[in-house]
Design a protein around this ligand. Structure first.
Ligand code: E4P
Length: 214
């Protein structure tokens, strides 16, 4: 499973990029609004930091508006992926983008049927939201597993981005469930590194080394 960073914070993207494990970035209107500033300038800066798919979400609710916005965003850089909400209008827009060879990420996926339709409309990625399902006491993981199986059975090439990841357990479970990508905040990436035995192991090695050099 590849790791994407789920943020619009350029400084966090820079920090994560230095680790060499980040293959792409996903943003959404809430994340962009949290940072403020000019969306276009922000996206251009992100494309200079990460050489991989960067999802930029449209805010129009009708297909014509989505396509108009998406064409402008896609023109910014070849790595920009147009993020489109899972609606009837969204499907029309995805279909039109796919005919133009523009990559899309269909977001706010909460059922297998939504994923199937998005894939059939030509989506490059689908984003099932793991954490938001868990939040309402509906386990999110089975959805990822089911979509992975569905895409395998029907040979659908759309990639699954496990989204709304909140903690390390979501990450390994999504990977084992067959998600191609997991998108997560920097704090989750950092949490993946940590283990108390790693920390105490380093301390012990250093303490022993100190003893030897005395
Ligand atoms: C996915 O692309 C979304 O940006 C994101 O994962 C949503 O996560 P949240 O449920 O933590 O807001």
């Amino acid at each position: 499973m590849k790791i994407f960073l789920d943020t619009a914070n350029v400084s966090e993207i820079r920090q994560a990029a230095e680790l060499g494990v980040i293959y792409g970035v996903t943003t959404n209107p809430s994340l962009v609004a949290k940072e403020g500033g000019d969306f276009t300038a922000m996206l251009k800066e992100i494309t200079e930091i990460v050489d991989g798919p960067i999802s930029a979400e449209v805010i129009s609710l009708d297909a014509d508006g989505m396509v108009e916005e998406g064409l402008k965003l896609a023109a910014l850089h070849e790595n920009i992926v147009i993020k489109v909400p899972m609606t009837l209008e969204g499907l029309k827009a995805v279909h039109r983008f796919s005919q133009k060879g523009i990559k899309t990420n269909v977001t706010l996926i909460f059922t297998m049927n939504q994923a199937l339709l998005a894939a059939r409309a030509g989506a490059t990625f689908v984003s099932p939201f793991l954490g938001r399902l868990d939040d309402i006491s509906t386990p999110g993981l089975p959805l990822i597993k089911d979509i992975a199986e569905l895409f395998l059975i029907h040979d659908l090439k759309t990639e699954i981005i496990a989204a709304s990841i909140r903690h390390p357990i979501h990450v390994h479970e999504a990977a084992l469930a067959g998600a191609h990508i997991g998108t997560m905040p920097l704090k989750v990436v950092e949490a993946l590194v940590k283990h108390p035995l790693t920390d105490s192991g380093i301390e012990r090695f250093l303490a022993d080394w100190e003893k030897m050099s005395k």
